[in-house]
Design a protein around this ligand. Structure first.
Ligand code: ZN
Length: 417
């Protein structure tokens, strides 16, 4: 990059105003946003984004799963586009920044390049992926999943919400059932900025997280079956208490993750107790286990340790245990060149940064399966997200968007004036 471009930054005030304007659509009284995928409000947010893109001179296309692509031409139209993006759907009690930051940062990069009259070799695109949250229509990362061919278009369009409304019908209703083919598009590279959704950057006083990859995940359903019996007449030693076994499993999952160290995470996030009555010894418990690790072999070892402990606990408590794997995502490393562009940009702009691993999946995790990809994290207040209290500093968001711009220019190539 030429010297004149070396300290470029985006317009942080304009980025912030766009985020705040978008957050008014579906704003909650507690300061958050409830804009679930493919609702009327999602449609309104999408239309605002499209208007802004068109005002910035971008060419907008909608694909068959409702992903929105806004393109800025490059000097060389035969090159595959360098993409930026994230999502604008939220959780029911979501915040203003999760996802929206990545999309608004991409738009702000386009606006800044327009202001400065900078032309790139490769075309650029900013994308709002459909239904990243998966809250109304599981699974999550739906739009990017269809884009890379991991999720089938027809079966995804047929997915329904709890009222029986389908993805396809709701896309049509809000006016975003597009005609561009969902799959088969070459990707030069993909960059996504996102709030960290964890406390590490804030704790260490870093502005930029250079994301090197995402944790692998293994999910299990566990059913523990004992014997329902009266809480009074049944002596302690005669009980087959499924909830007692479940409590020990919760403890064991936590202990196994702590013992595994590093980036290991182990969580029991839900439990259903049968019959769930005060004076009945629980006869059955269904629960969900979520294990994560950065190294595949350590994730395997963590899963093996938990599996062994579950068997042991079942034996000791006299219950039967049925452990069923429900998801298995290997750890993913982002493209070394994309990661290096992000790190170099942070250094060039003199921003405090550190390498970081994402504990959560993002659209970038899917795109990385088919193209070079990288991510940029910025701190969020107290590490909180998926919460109406989600918050981030305007200057951190501006810094993240500037890093995005530098990484994208490095990858796309700048046409010399
Ligand atoms: Zn997100």
């Amino acid at each position: 990059m030429s010297h004149a471009l070396s300290n470029l930054s985006v317009d942080g005030g304009r980025l912030w105003r766009s985020l705040m304007d978008l957050a008014e659509i579906g704003a909650t009284p507690k300061g958050g946003v409830a804009r679930l995928a493919l609702t009327e409000l999602d449609g309104e947010g999408r239309r605002l984004f499209v208007r802004w893109c068109e005002a910035a001179g971008l060419e907008v296309e909608i694909d068959e799963i409702g992903n929105i692509f806004a393109r800025r031409a490059g000097k060389n139209p035969s090159l595959p586009p360098v993409m930026m993006g994230s999502h604008i759907d939220t959780q029911p009690t979501g915040g203003k920044f999760d996802g929206c930051f990545g999309v608004m940062a991409g738009l702000e990069v386009m606006r800044t390049l327009n202001d400065l009259g900078i032309e790139t070799e490769a075309p650029l695109e900013v994308i709002a992926w459909t239904n990243e949250e998966g809250s109304r229509f599981p699974p999550c990362m739906m739009g990017s999943g269809v884009f890379i061919g991991k999720l089938g278009l027809a079966e995804t369009l047929a997915k329904t919400d709890e009222h029986g409304l389908s993805v396809g019908a709701e896309l049509a209703r809000i006016g975003f059932a597009g005609t561009r083919k969902a799959t088969g598009h070459p990707v030069g590279a993909y960059f996504e900025t996102h709030i960290e959704q964890g406390p590490v950057l804030e704790d260490e006083g870093k502005t930029i997280g250079v994301v090197i990859g995402t944790l692998g995940q293994k999910w299990f359903d566990l059913t523990l079956t004992g014997v329902e019996a009266h809480a009074g007449p049944t002596p302690m030693r005669r009980r087959k208490d499924a909830l007692l076994a479940a409590a020990r499993v919760v403890e064991a999952v936590n202990a196994a993750a702590l013992a595994s160290g590093g980036h290991a995470c182990g969580t029991v996030g839900y439990m259903r107790i049968h019959p769930n009555s005060r004076n009945v010894i629980p006869g059955r418990v269904e629960m969900g286990l979520d294990l994560r690790h950065w190294e595949a072999e350590n994730l395997d070892a963590l899963a093996a340790a938990v599996t062994a402990r579950v068997a042991e606990i079942a034996e000791r408590t006299g219950v039967t245990a049925e452990l069923t794997p429900t998801a298995d995502f290997p750890p993913l490393s982002f493209d070394p060149e994309c990661v290096a562009f992000v790190r170099a940009a942070a250094e060039r702009l003199g921003l405090p940064h550190r390498d970081i691993v994402s504990g959560a999946g993002h659209d970038a995790t899917f795109i990385a399966e088919v193209a070079p990809a990288g991510m940029i994290f910025v701190p969020c207040e107290n590490g909180i997200s998926h919460n109406e209290a989600e918050n981030a500093e305007p200057e951190h968001l501006a810094a993240g968007a500037s890093i995005l711009m530098h990484a994208v220019l490095a990858r796309a190539g700048v046409v010399a004036a």
